[in-house]
Design a protein around this ligand. Sequence first.
Ligand code: C2E
Ligand code: CA
Ligand code: CA
Ligand code: CA
Length: 279
Amino acid sequence: SKELGGNNYSFFSSSMNRLLEERVNLERLLHTALDRDEFVLYYQPQVDLRTGHIFGAEALIRWMHPQRGLIPPDQFIPIAEETGLIVPIGIWALRTACIQAKKWNREHRHPVHVAVNLSVKQFISNDIVASVDRAIRETGLNPNLLELELTESIILENTESVIATMNQLKKLGVRISIDDFGTGYSSLAYLKDFPIDSLKIDRSFVHNLSKNDKNTAIISAVITLARKLGLKSVAEGLETPEQLHFYRMEGCDLAQGYYFSRPLPEDQMNDLLDHSVWH
Ligand code: C2E
Ligand code: CA
Ligand code: CA
Ligand code: CA
């Protein structure tokens, strides 16, 4: 540290500069990415645990950068949120997912649902209801087949206006789910006030699942809670047959995870829809 001493500040400041440059650069790149249509949606199947059929898919965004390749959402969604670019990016994702789901439902006899992630910033932007309405009308997708995923952090926002927006969305006919359930806030009170349809149990609970683990008690309680509130329960991050068995025995409705499939590009998801049933 003696050797570093005098250089600490300049080292810190130059790395800060680099970070800032990266940020400004990234913001500019995100703009261009939208213009050049560089975003893609991958789809991860959601499996009905009672029948083994595909219930639908969650749309997960990726950035297909011409030089850097496929960039995962964790590396650009936070900056998109800070800069407000999440609004146009989110509208693009919503529309693209609806177009895709409309296609699937033309080609398949079973209904295929699609779930789209909404960030809080996007949800509280004043035209989310109009955006969803437009996406549904312009694509002709049955709104019952569209689910909007929100995290519990929505609870920190103005409750009255969140409930009002949710009610307007429900009037359009879409479904609302709480993503990463159990990781956000201790209060469960919002469950009775918010017009939601399903709880997605965060994958941190199923990680290292074993008998007598406290996680099994939590998962089991959440599934019961969901059932008693008339909500669907969705397991996230299933990777092993043991985890699948556990969720099935507990009566969980739907599940997604690497055990069934990683998120897939459109054409591979099409193949899965044509062929796959899990028993
Ligand atoms: P999320 O909504 O909780 O999505 C689930 C994440 O877990 C996905 O990561 C998925 O690939 C991953 N995953 C699925 N099954 C498994 C499994 O069995 N094991 C493990 N280890 N991971 C699994 P991904 O695609 O990198 O997305 C990360 C996050 O980025 C999402 O978390 C979501 O919060 C955000 N995101 C993705 N697409 C969008 C979008 O269109 N809009 C917004 N606002 N956020 C998005
Ligand atoms: Ca999600
Ligand atoms: Ca999640
Ligand atoms: Ca998450």
